[in-house]
Design a protein around this ligand. Structure first.
Ligand SMILES: Nc1ncnc2c1ncn2[C@@H]1O[C@H](COP(=O)(O)OP(=O)(O)OP(=O)(O)O)[C@@H](O)[C@H]1O
Ligand SMILES: [Mg+2]
Length: 463
């Protein structure tokens, strides 16, 4: 068990013998204690030390102990007070408790009584501290999140400014569904979060769901929830995403991969804003907005009868397309500067200078993995660099994996090239899928899909 922090105790009582005795008892224990025999002495100690617990005799000569209690509770609200009262002084005890004393002890008392009272106070103090830490952390999280959202959308190109404008419009219409399209790594999820946190739904949940990462048999219950006992494994009633997102935003990532049989149910839920849990008959109202994203050509999926046109129409009330980074090269420099600043402060390498050569080469680079690739490149370069300048050698522009495709004038077999690139990347990092995905500038999910598509098998134990 974690040790509870040592607490500081001040004993304020006019009887010197009593304070000495008690203090002697405390000094052998895990507490740190201080003594005072007059109110003035006590107040002096309170102002110079952070006292956690005051043991206060309310019958001090010349002053009203209850007045002291009132004052110290006001001045040191985080400090707890145990009062000591004389026999038959119940009235004072009641008044003291009303003024915020935590506990009382009646004289004469045994050490064990005070020990128990202190332990109780200590537990309470410990909880209070934890609560305060949590509050501080939460406000810190929301603050950093807000700052992140304000600052993380980087770009100067007219195309990206248009994206941003559309995102602002989407934020102002919190009931309109939004479809975001764009290649992998262009910032679709980023924009989805910006929309949510700038909208009136921001105080409710943003729930990101990638349906291609959920097993088919569980999909319906994940989205709609289930009633206890409705199938083996349903040991409790459970809310689905639609319910969890009540008043918030449901972000459906990789929407094009949504299994066909689920699409009709999603359509109904989206239209009616009413759902039924699996195994249940009650209708549940829920108010959510759907922001969905895909990097596939969704019209091709419709043509191939893999995606419902009516669902697409329901989802793309507003459509935001994020162009590939290579189509807006003027964003490369500000993005790179942003990532360099971010990682140089994270890795404690300040004053890094990016050489002109780097900007020149990256400006012409294709970025198949878009902004994510640029971000990973910057992170790696900063980790590896020595000295104050970031040169071309620090940036592993993936000539080995992409040049073959881009530099060749011949007509290449794209599928073969892709298989080759995926294999190469996997081999290069010992079949670690996360690392291979980073090298390719795609997500791990996208890599797994490609591996499935091309039946690239990793032998057991290699991932
Ligand atoms: N304009 C931008 N400004 C700052 N960071 C960005 C920008 N666009 C993308 N990023 C960063 O690039 C990374 C990839 O973005 P994101 O995950 O949103 O891409 P995505 O389009 O959802 O990719 P995928 O299709 O692979 O899921 C994230 O770390 C994101 O913060
Ligand atoms: Mg994404």
């Amino acid at each position: 068990m974690k040790r509870i922090e040592k607490i500081k105790i001040l004993i304020l009582d006019d009887e010197k013998q009593f304070t000495e005795e008690l203090s002697g008892f405390f000094n052998d224990s895990e507490y740190e204690s201080f003594e005072a025999n007059t109110a003035a002495e006590g107040l002096k100690i309170l102002s110079s030390k952070t006292i956690d617990l005051l043991i206060l005799d309310v019958r001090l000569p010349g002053v009203n102990g209850l007045d002291i209690l009132k004052d110290v509770k006001l001045q040191y609200p985080a400090m707890e007070v145990i009062i000591i009262s004389a026999h038959g002084d119940m009235d004072t005890v009641i008044k003291a408790m009303r003024l915020g004393a935590f506990d009382y002890l009646r004289k004469p008392f045994r050490f064990i009584d005070i020990q128990i009272a202190i332990e109780r106070t200590q537990k309470y103090l410990h909880m209070q501290r934890k609560l305060k830490q949590m509050e501080e952390r939460n406000s810190l999280i929301s603050k950093t999140l807000e700052q992140k959202i304000d600052r993380q959308f980087i770009g100067v190109s007219p195309a990206i400014l248009e994206v941003f404008e559309l995102a602002v419009t989407a934020a102002n219409y919190p009931d309109a569904n939004v479809l975001i399209t764009g290649e992998s790594g262009t910032g679709k999820e980023n924009i989805a979060r910006i929309i949510h946190y700038s909208s009136s739904r921001k105080d409710h949940i943003f729930c990101a769901v990638n349906s291609s990462a959920i097993t088919d048999s569980l999909l319906e219950s994940e989205f709609f929830g289930h009633k206890k006992g409705s199938f083996t494994g349903a040991i409790n009633d459970k809310m689905g995403f639609f319910e969890v997102c009540n008043q918030g935003t449901l972000f459906l990532d990789e929407i094009a991969d949504m299994p066909f049989n689920l699409q009709a149910k999603i359509l109904r839920a989206t239209e009616e804003k009413v759902i039924t849990r699996v195994g249940d008959t009650n209708d549940i109202q829920t108010d959510f907005r759907i922001v969905s994203a895909t990097n596939h050509d969704i019209y091709k999926r419709i043509h191939d009868n893999k995606f419902r046109l009516d669902l697409l129409h329901r989802l793309n009330t507003l459509h935001i397309h994020i162009p590939a980074l290579r189509e807006r090269p003027e964003d490369i420099r500000p993005l790179l500067d942003h990532f360099v600043e971010k990682y140089s402060s994270r890795f404690n390498k300040p004053n890094l200078h990016v050489t002109k050569e780097v900007y020149d080469v990256l400006y012409k680079y294709e970025f198949p993995g878009n902004v994510r690739e640029l971000k990973n490149m910057a992170e790696r370069a900063i980790i590896l660099c020595k000295g104050n300048s970031l040169g071309l050698a620090d940036f592993r522009v993936k000539s080995d994996t992409t040049k073959e495709v881009h530099a060749s004038d011949e007509i290449v077999d794209l599928k073969k090239q892709e298989i080759k690139m995926v294999r190469k990347a996997l081999q290069k990092c010992g079949y670690n899928q996360k690392e291979a995905a980073d090298i390719l500038g795609i997500t791990r999910d996208a890599l797994i899909r490609k591996m499935k598509k091309y039946s690239i098998v990793v032998s057991k134990g290699e991932d």
